[in-house]
Design a binder for this molecule. Structure first.
Ligand code: HMG
Ligand code: MG
Length: 301
């Protein structure tokens, strides 16, 4: 079994996790979450989004969050930017890395970005150019890679095409998002095989929502395909406002437990990660979505 020796976890809890919360969350609580995650040893944290506050009200305070976090050396703090306006706001807030996001299904693209896939890619071109001028690295997302809430099945070829375009326009990494968490391990392997023909595997990442409880096995399927970057959310927080019923990402604690068990190095401290997740769950009044965290906390009594 040839698994990667190192895995980079992209912690999306403060963004993907919190974007879906209806209740207001104080900037100080968001900042505390990011600081706790930095202290736990995460090397990449998606802090927020510079999107329309009418579309995703919870991310409206992202500039303030960026202003108040304590940046740890060697940690990347990133934000989503769907268009030039978003990137300009991110630059103003001192953000050093951003992500653009497209979809593999037309219907989801319309709901999430109010435009077609082609229009979204065209919109990203000036974003890439401005980012380049500012020395900002851009990550790319493709949503609905293993199913769409509006169109159902999505062909791996459709994902590969969008992934190839994002990579060609300069995204240094393309994260494949199972937005609605319906994918299974076999489909995940086939997906990475198809997209891996267009984008080098070391430039691909997996982003698995856990709606159907398959995220951890899909992630393992990704490891078997040689993928070594995965997005996860502390305490399994999250969902997508434009994918009704979709639950959070695979829990970072559960992924870390899996990777620790495989002897794969991440540099993350599980106990501190569990504490970070439980703290934000207490703030939100939510049950902890990490099985590992629940077990460890219950065992402590
Ligand atoms: P639109 O309505 O077509 O945009 O939305 P517009 O250009 O016509 O502008 C409309 C209004 O929005 C204007 O304000 C603009 O100024 C403002 P008004 O004149 O009405 O007062 N506006 C902005 N404000 C702040 N920041 C901006 C911005 N852009 C325009 N950047 C738009 C198009 C892209 C803006 C909208 O559709 C949007 O914000 N979408 C974001 C949706 C989103 O954040 N979804 C969740 C993240 S993606 C995700 O979760 C999936 C992922 O996790 C992977 C996976 O799981 O699959 C990444
Ligand atoms: Mg997501």
């Amino acid at each position: 079994m040839n698994l990667p020796q190192h895995v980079r976890l992209v912690e999306v809890g403060p963004r993907d996790g919190l974007q879906n919360e209806a209740q207001p969350i104080a900037v100080a609580d968001k900042v505390r979450l990011v600081d706790d995650l930095s202290a736990a040893g995460l090397s990449y944290i998606e802090v927020g989004s510079f999107v329309s506050p009418k579309w995703v009200p919870q991310m409206a305070g992202s500039a303030e969050v960026f202003a108040d976090i304590t940046a740890h050396p060697g940690v990347t703090y990133a934000a989503l930017t769907p268009n030039l306006k978003g990137l300009e706001a991110a630059i103003e807030a001192g953000v050093k890395e951003v992500a653009v996001f497209a979809a593999a299904s037309e219907a989801f693209s319309q709901r999430n970005l109010n435009c077609s896939i082609g229009e979204s890619l065209a919109r990203f071109a000036p974003v890439m150019e401005l980012a380049r001028q500012h020395g900002i690295q851009v990550r790319g997302y493709v949503s609905c890679v293993l199913g769409c809430p509006y169109e159902g099945q999505v062909a791996p070829q459709a994902v590969a095409q969008v992934g190839r375009e994002l990579y060609a326009m300069g995204c240094y990494e393309v994260s494949l998002g199972d937005t609605i968490g319906t994918g299974t391990a076999g489909a995940t392997r086939a997906l990475f095989e198809a997209v891996g023909r267009e984008v080098p595997r070391e430039r691909l990442a997996g982003h698995f929502h856990d709606t159907y409880g398959q995220a951890l096995s899909n992630l393992y399927a990704g490891l078997l395909e040689g993928i070594s970057v995965f997005d996860s959310s502390v305490a399994g927080l999250g969902g997508c406002p434009y994918a009704k019923g979709a639950t959070g990402n695979v829990a970072s604690e559960d992924v870390l437990y899996l990777l620790d068990g495989l002897g794969i190095h991440t540099g993350i401290d599980l106990d501190r990660l569990i504490a970070a997740g439980q703290r934000i769950c207490d703030v939100l009044g939510r049950a902890n979505g990490s099985r590992v965290a629940r077990a460890r906390l219950a065992a402590r009594g």
